[in-house]
Design a protein around this ligand. Structure first.
Ligand SMILES: Nc1ncnc2c1ncn2[C@@H]1O[C@H](COP(=O)(O)OP(=O)(O)OP(=O)(O)O)[C@@H](O)[C@H]1O
Ligand SMILES: [Mg+2]
Length: 225
């Protein structure tokens, strides 16, 4: 199994003017590519923080983080994002385009792909996530669940090798959750694994090969199911 992430003795504190949150003193773990790993733990245990560290969005005070064997200190956010797709806990923050279609086509246009190819890929991904009928809508005005699916679509259209999803089911109804489940199953068949941060036990039970539990910045449990 290929190693997607390796965290080695990572230390991280948030510092703002009022307080210091000591999140991780010394945390180490590996994540492997062709399995589904669930990251669980109480509110404030550091789940979102660890995913942001893994994506290079925030930097460790000490220790090292590797993505597919490369130290992220030597990588740009773009280089990390090209390999690993990241769904934010509040996905509206990652939506910026003026239409649902453009939200997906934008990056491909920058990369210089031809229009026909872009149209095929964008339409296919929008259909996969049940968003095609909204392709001309403004992302800002979509419902919470539609925004979440659009954020996921904009990640999938760029064909990442691995996915990190922070609370992906929170705004989804049963039907949409089923769509997401099917996508995760399909990706896994293509050997694209996922790290799922979640409080949704049913969802975790259905998908996870491995469950890592965080509590107060430490791993208190790490089991294969
Ligand atoms: N930008 C920030 N500045 C200071 N402290 C922060 C910041 N972001 C998070 N924290 C603190 O760090 C701790 C861990 O937060 P984090 O968001 O990683 O938790 P979480 O496990 O994802 O929680 P949840 O289940 O609620 O999403 C919390 O105590 C939180 O208050
Ligand atoms: Mg969180």
């Amino acid at each position: 199994m290929e190693k997607v992430f390796a965290l080695k003795n990572v230390k991280f504190h948030y510092k703002d003017s009022k307080r210091i949150s000591r999140i991780f003193e010394d945390i180490s773990f590996d994540i492997f590519s062709d399995e589904i790993t669930a990251l669980i733990g109480e509110n404030g245990s550091g789940k979102t923080t660890v995913t942001k560290l893994m994506m290079g969005i925030i930097k460790p005070l000490q220790g090292n983080i590797y993505v597919f064997g490369r130290n992220i200190k030597e990588m740009s956010l773009g280089q990390i994002g090209k390999k690993v797709g990241y769904l934010f806990q509040n996905p509206e923050r990652q939506l910026f385009a003026t239409s649902v279609y453009e939200e997906l086509s934008f990056v491909m246009e920058i990369k210089g792909y031809d229009k026909k190819y872009i149209d095929k890929e964008v339409s296919q991904t929008l259909k996969l996530l049940n968003l095609y009928h909204l392709k001309n809508d403004v992302p800002f005005f979509l419902s919470g669940g539609e925004k979440q699916r659009l954020a996921l679509a904009s990640i999938l259209v760029n064909k990442p090798k691995y996915l990190v999803l922070d609370e992906p089911t929170t705004s989804l109804d049963i039907e949409r959750k089923e769509i997401l489940s099917n996508i995760i199953d399909k990706l896994r068949k293509e050997k694209i694994g996922t790290l799922i941060v979640s409080h949704d036990n049913q969802f975790i039970e259905r998908h996870a090969d491995r469950i890592i539990q965080l509590s107060k910045g430490e791993i208190v449990n790490d089991t294969r199911t």
